[in-house]
Design a protein around this ligand. Sequence first.
Ligand code: CO
Length: 134
Amino acid sequence: MIGKLNHVAIAVPDLAKATALYRDTLGATVSAPLDQPAHGVTVVFITLPNTKIELLYPLGASSPIAKFLESNPGGGVHHICFEVEDILAARDQLKATGARVLGDGNPKIGAHDKPVLFLHPKDFLGTLVELEQA
Ligand code: CO
């Protein structure tokens, strides 16, 4: 069902430092910071030859990243995102196996202007999984 790895998202406590680490130490191509108020994050996109890394920093009071950083003050992998061809078909297939979809179960428009869903980490080996329609 799942296709390409679309991105790995890392929550970071200091966006400038994290960006410099990827740009200067690892030699990656990084974007300018982009505020995404609808998602409560500021994102830096790191483009790799075969996938992307997204550095997530909290934006606004109710950012979903803030709690994660409280538990992981040094930052950490927040979620991984797989592409699927048909997000509604994927959702229904997963729900039929008992997997839990977060929120109201309906896709939202994600960081790349495509429909996304999140799956409960307890159902996926402790990893928050995002599905994005390819
Ligand atoms: Co994501």
